[in-house]
Write a protein that binds this ligand. Structure first.
Ligand code: DX5
Ligand code: ZN
Length: 225
């Protein structure tokens, strides 16, 4: 399986000093930056767009993982690619033409991901898995940080892990929502390799302590497998 990656969500960072937060969290041992884009239409909240992505880009060499919670999706994809995004994922229900949106992401030089809400069926994977670099499983309903992990997601993660293994492709399996030190081990056991954590990391006094504790839990889970 892929090495584990920790992806802090900027949603819980201090927005008045985002560049510094990006540098600090990467220095603390995080691997990639998770960038939550909300439009007050697909989800009932409004966050950050391509201009903020451009603004943080010079602060790190780490990959920027853009999670689009917007509808429609296609108009904004090239803007994020120009703003320095490396990975762009979107929710299949928010695109009229999933295959076209995936191609647009790739044509703009980024890796492409599909995002599944807790209630979104996995059949959306049926005909596009060969065009995915990442599958993002939501373990809360999208829109807000600080919500509780929905346990049924663990079964869904296991199902997706099987599909990825069957495909034989190198597709990252990322989990987003309510990920903490005390549940990251079971999420890893279910098959995830990339872990988004917002409030658990940015709400802590020491980012490095939380990130190390998370890595330790993931390591223990992989040894037990
Ligand atoms: C929710 C966002 C998440 C969120 C995670 O819609 O996609 O990335 O910031 O925050 P926590 O880790 O606090 O649940
Ligand atoms: Zn997210």
């Amino acid at each position: 399986m892929n090495p584990a990656r920790i992806a802090p969500s900027l949603l819980s960072a201090d927005f008045s000093r985002l560049g510094e937060e990006v540098r600090n969290v990467i220095d603390a041992g995080a691997d990639i930056i998770h960038f939550d884009v909300m439009d007050n239409h697909y989800v009932p909240n409004l966050t950050i767009g391509p201009m903020v992505c451009s603004a943080i880009r010079p602060h790190t060499k780490a990959l920027i993982d853009v999670h689009l919670m917007v509808k429609p999706v296609d108009r904004i994809i090239p803007d994020f690619a120009k703003a320095g995004a490396n990975i762009i994922s979107f929710h299949p229900e928010a695109s009229e033409h999933i295959d076209r949106s995936l191609a647009l992401i790739r044509d703009n030089g980024c890796k492409a991901g599909l995002v599944f809400n807790p209630g979104t069926p996995l059949h959306y994977l049926d005909h596009v898995i060969d065009r995915l670099d990442l599958i993002l499983m939501m373990s809360v309903n999208p829109g807000f940080g600080g919500q509780s992990f929905i346990p049924e997601t663990l079964n869904k993660i296991s199902s997706v892990r099987k599909r990825i293994d069957l495909s034989g492709r190198d597709i990252w399996l990322e989990v987003d929502g309510g990920v903490k030190v005390d549940n990251i081990g079971e999420i890893a056991r279910a098959g995830a390799d990339t872990f988004v954590a917002g409030s658990a990391i940015f709400g802590a006094a020491s980012y490095s302590e939380v990130i190390s504790a998370m890595r330790k839990e993931i390591q223990q889970a992989s040894e037990a497998m």
